[in-house]
Design a protein around this ligand. Structure first.
Ligand SMILES: *Cc1c(COP(=O)(O)O)cnc(C)c1O
Length: 421
C-alpha cells in the first residue's frame, strides 16, 4: 500500500473494508464542510477582509481594525450579535471561565443540565477545590441536572428551571465521557424547554469540539452565549492559541469587561500580529474539522472491523470530533498510543508511557505529536489506565496523515500480539 511504512496485509485488508464502510459518512461530512466553508467565505467577503486587517497593533491596541473586524466576521459565521475573539484567552477553560464570571453576579443561580461538566470547569464553578476564587467563592450558586440514560432529562430540566434560574449551562461535547454528544437539535429542544419555564434565562453552551461539525451552531437554535478554544475546531489547526465567545451583544460586552477591565472592554488589547492566523484558522476550520471527522469515522470503522467496541459507531450521526475505542486492557491502550505517536509528524521518536497525571485518580497514557502543543484538532489520543480501558481520540489535520497513524497503532498492537480479530 505504501513504500514508506510497513503495514501487515491483515491490517491493510481491514483498512480497505473500513474505507468502504465509511463512504456514506464521508459524503455527509463533505457536504457539511462545503456548506460551512461557504458560510465562512461569505462572512470574509461581506466584511471586506484585506491585508490591512493583519497589521499588528502594540501597546493598548486602540483602534485595531483587524481585531474589531474579526469579531464581526466571527459573529456573522456563528449567527451572533457580537463576538470576542482573542489570542490572549489562554485555553478553552479560561474562555469559558471569562464568560461565566463575565455574566454571573453574586446570588445568581447557574444550572448545568448536561450532568457534571468537564473536569477543568468544575474548579471554575467550585465543585472541586476551594479558595481559588471560584464562582462559588463569589456567592454564585450552582446546581445540576443529571443525564438520564446518557441523554438530557427534559422532564427533570423542566422542573429544575424556575424564575430564580439565571443561567442554564449546556456542554455540547462528551469530553472524556462515553455518553453521546449533544446535537444542535438536542440543544434546540433544551432551549425550548427552559425558555418556556423562564424566558429570561441565559442559555450558555460550552461549544468545544462542536464547531462546524453540523451546519447549524447553537445560537441559531436559541442559545444566548457560546464559547470555545482556538486549539480545537475553531482555530482550524492554524491558530496557535486563543479562544472565542459569541452571542447576545450585552452578554459579550460583559465578557469583554471581565477579560480586560470594566470600562475598557473590547476597546483594548494589542494583537501583535496574531490576527492573520486567527483569520486563516477560521477560514480553514470547516475543512480541518471535516478531516478530523473523517479520521474519527475511519478509526471507528477500522477498530470495529477488528472487533472492538467503538463510540460513536462509524455510521452514527456525529455532534463532535471525539472518538473513543474500547481497547480492553492496559497493554493495548499503551500500544495503541505508542503507534499513533510513532506516525506523528512531530515527536515521532517519543515513546508514550503511562504516568500519574496531576488531577487524575489513575495513570494516563497520551499520544500527541502536534505542531501546536496540546492541540486537539491535531491527532491526539489519550487513555486513563482504568476500567473500562477506553482510549479517546480527537483531531487529525488531514485524513491521510491520521489514517497512517491509525494503521501504525493497529500494527503496534499486532506486533505485540494484542490485536483482536
Ligand atoms: C477541551 C474542553 C474544555 C476545556 O478546554 P481547555 O482548552 O482544555 O482548557 C472544556 N469543555 C470541553 C467540552 C472541552 O472539550
Amino acid at each position: 500500500m505504501t513504500p514508506f511504512f510497513k503495514i501487515d496485509k491483515r491490517i491493510e485488508d481491514a483498512s480497505d473494508k473500513a474505507l468502504s464502510m465509511c463512504k456514506e459518512q464521508f459524503d455527509t461530512i463533505g457536504d457539511i464542510a462545503e456548506y460551512n466553508q461557504l458560510k465562512v467565505q461569505k462572512a470574509f467577503i461581506d466584511n471586506g477582509i484585506s491585508e490591512t486587517h493583519f497589521v499588528p497593533s502594540t501597546g493598548y491596541g486602540y483602534g485595531d481594525r483587524g481585531r474589531d473586524t474579526l469579531d464581526k466576521v466571527w459573529a456573522q459565521v456563528f449567527c451572533a450579535e457580537d463576538a470576542l475573539v482573542r489570542h490572549n484567552f489562554v485555553c478553552g477553560t479560561h474562555t469559558l471561565a471569562t464568560a461565566l464570571f463575565g455574566v454571573l453576579r453574586p446570588g445568581d443561580n447557574m444550572l448545568c443540565v448536561t450532568g457534571t461538566p468537564y473536569d477543568t470547569i468544575q474548579g471554575v464553578i467550585g465543585i472541586s477545590g476551594s479558595g481559588m476564587g471560584s464562582l462559588k467563592d463569589y456567592g454564585i450558586n450552582y446546581s445540576e441536572v443529571a443525564l438520564k440514560d446518557e441523554r438530557p432529562d427534559l422532564e427533570a430540566i423542566k422542573s429544575a428551571v424556575n424564575s430564580d434560574t439565571t443561567m442554564v449551562y449546556i456542554q455540547r461535547s462528551r469530553g472524556y465521557e462515553l455518553r453521546p454528544s449533544l446535537s444542535v437539535e438536542d440543544i434546540e429542544e433544551i432551549v425550548k424547554c427552559v425558555k418556556k419555564q423562564n424566558p429570561d434565562v441565559i442559555v450558555m453552551v460550552d461549544n468545544c469540539y462542536g464547531e462546524f461539525v453540523q451546519k447549524r451552531e447553537p445560537i441559531e437554535v436559541g442559545a444566548d452565549l457560546i464559547a470555545g478554544s482556538m486549539i480545537k475546531n475553531a482555530g482550524g489547526g492554524i491558530a496557535r492559541t486563543g479562544g472565542y465567545i459569541a452571542g447576545r451583544r450585552d452578554l459579550v460586552e460583559k465578557c469583554a469587561y471581565r477579560l480586560t477591565t470594566p470600562g475598557l472592554g473590547k476597546e483594548v488589547g494589542a494583537t501583535l500580529g496574531m490576527n492573520r492566523e486567527l483569520y486563516m484558522g477560521l477560514f480553514y476550520a470547516p475543512h480541518t474539522v471535516s478531516q478530523a471527522l473523517k479520521s474519527a469515522v475511519y478509526i471507528s470503522a477500522l477498530f470495529s472491523v477488528f472487533g472492538y467496541d467503538v463510540k460513536p459507531k462509524y455510521d452514527e450521526k456525529r455532534a463532535d470530533i471525539v472518538q473513543s475505542l474500547g481497547l480492553e486492557n492496559e497493554e493495548s491502550l499503551v500500544a495503541f498510543c505508542q503507534g499513533i505517536q510513532s506516525g506523528s509528524p512531530i515527536d515521532s521518536f517519543l515513546l508514550p508511557e503511562p504516568w500519574d497525571m496531576p488531577g487524575y485518580d489513575s495513570k494516563v497514557v497520551m499520544a500527541a505529536g502536534a505542531f501546536t502543543l496540546g492541540s486537539s484538532i491535531e491527532l491526539s489520543a489519550d487513555a486513563p489506565i482504568r476500567e473500562p480501558f477506553y482510549a479517546w481520540i480527537q483531531g487529525g489535520l488531514n485524513f491521510n496523515s491520521a489514517k497512517i497513524c491509525a494503521l501504525l497503532a493497529a500494527q503496534q498492537m499486532l506486533d505485540k500480539g494484542l490485536l483482536k480479530g
